[in-house]
Design a protein around this ligand. Structure first.
Ligand code: G3P
Ligand code: MG
Length: 244
C-alpha cells in the first residue's frame, strides 16, 4: 500500500518545515515526514527549504551566512498567521518530535545550490545518534552527495531526487547504487513505470501530490509513497480507493 508522507510537514496547514507542521502531520496520521536540511554559518544542520530566508521567514539573506544564533532571531511563519513565535528548527529538534512517533523519515539534503561541505557527515551522525537507519531515507537533487553518503558507509536507503523527465530513471538509480527514485508526479508515467522500477529494486515516491484525482492515480499505480502537503486528504482518498 502506498504510504503517505507529509511534505515539509503538514505544510498546507502550518508553516512548512517547522515544529508545528511536523506535529500537525503526526496528528493527521501521516505515515512519514519529509524535510529539507541545510547548514548554518557555524555548521549546525537546520530544517528549511530555500537557500535564502525571504520566502518563509521575516529575515533576509542566505541561510549559509547566518549563525544558528542569528537564524533563531527570525520568525518562520511562511505567510501562515496564528502560529506565533515559530522558528527555524534544528535537525535535532525535528528528530526529537518525529522519531518517537515511529514514522518514516525522509531527510532531504538541500545541497545542490550551496555545497554545504560536511552536511553528509552531520546527517549520518544524527541517523546514528537516533538509531533510525532502518526507517530513514536520505535524498538529494545532488547525486554527487548521494555517492558521498554511500562512500561514507551510509546504511539508510538513498533516493535519487530529480526534477526533469529522465529516461528509465530506475536504471540510472540502480547504476548509482541507490534504492529509490523521487520524481515529480507528472513524470510517473503509469503503473508500468512503477512496476519496472520495483522490478529493478528501486522504490518510487512521487512529489508533490495534493489533488484527489492525482492521489487516487498514484494509489492505483501502487507508488511506494507519495509526498503530500495534505496528509488528511491523502488518507481519505486512499481509504476510499481501497473500498472501490
Ligand atoms: O523530496 C521531495 C520534495 O521535497 C522535493 O522538492 O523542492 O519540495 O524540496 P522540494
Ligand atoms: Mg524537499
Amino acid at each position: 500500500m502506498t504510504r503517505i508522507w507529509a511534505h515539509r510537514g503538514a505544510s498546507a496547514y502550518a508553516p512548512e518545515n517547522t515544529l508545528p507542521a511536523f506535529a500537525r502531520a503526526l496528528e493527521l496520521g501521516a505515515e512519514g515526514v519529509e524535510f529539507d536540511v541545510q547548514l548554518t554559518a557555524d555548521g549546525v544542520p537546520v530544517v528549511i527549504h530555500d537557500e535564502t530566508l525571504e520566502r518563509t521567514t521575516d529575515g533576509t539573506g542566505r541561510v549559509a551566512d547566518h549563525t544558528l544564533d542569528q537564524l533563531r532571531r527570525v520568525v518562520a511563519a511562511a505567510g501562515k498567521p496564528g502560529f506565533g513565535d515559530v522558528r527555524v528548527p534544528t535537525l535535532t529538534e525535528v528528530l526529537d518530535v518525529v522519531v518517537p512517533a515511529g514514522v518514516d523519515i525522509n531527510i532531504e539534503l538541500k545541497n545542490s545550490v550551496e555545497p554545504y561541505p560536511g552536511l553528509e557527515e552531520q546527517v549520518l551522525a544524527a541517523v546514528r545518534t537516533y538509531r533510525i537507519a532502518d526507517r530513514v531515507v536520505l535524498s538529494s537533487f545532488n547525486h554527487y552527495s548521494l555517492r558521498r553518503l554511500r562512500a561514507l558507509g551510509a546504511t539508510p536507503q538513498l533516493a535519487v531526487l530529480y526534477s526533469d523527465l529522465l529516461y528509465k530513471p530506475w536504471r540510472y538509480a540502480s547504476r548509482l547504487g541507490m534504492g529509490a527514485i523521487h520524481p515529480p508526479a507528472r513524470f510517473v508515467l503509469g503503473h508500468g513505470f512503477v512496476r519496472k522500477a520495483r522490478a529493478a529494486g528501486v522504490a518510487v515516491r512521487p512529489w508533490v501530490v495534493n489533488g484527489e484525482r492525482k492521489l487516487a492515480r498514484m494509489f492505483r499505480w501502487e507508488a511506494d509513497a507519495v509526498f503530500t502537503d495534505v496528509p488528511d486528504v491523502a488518507l481519505r482518498v486512499r481509504d476510499a480507493s481501497a473500498l472501490s
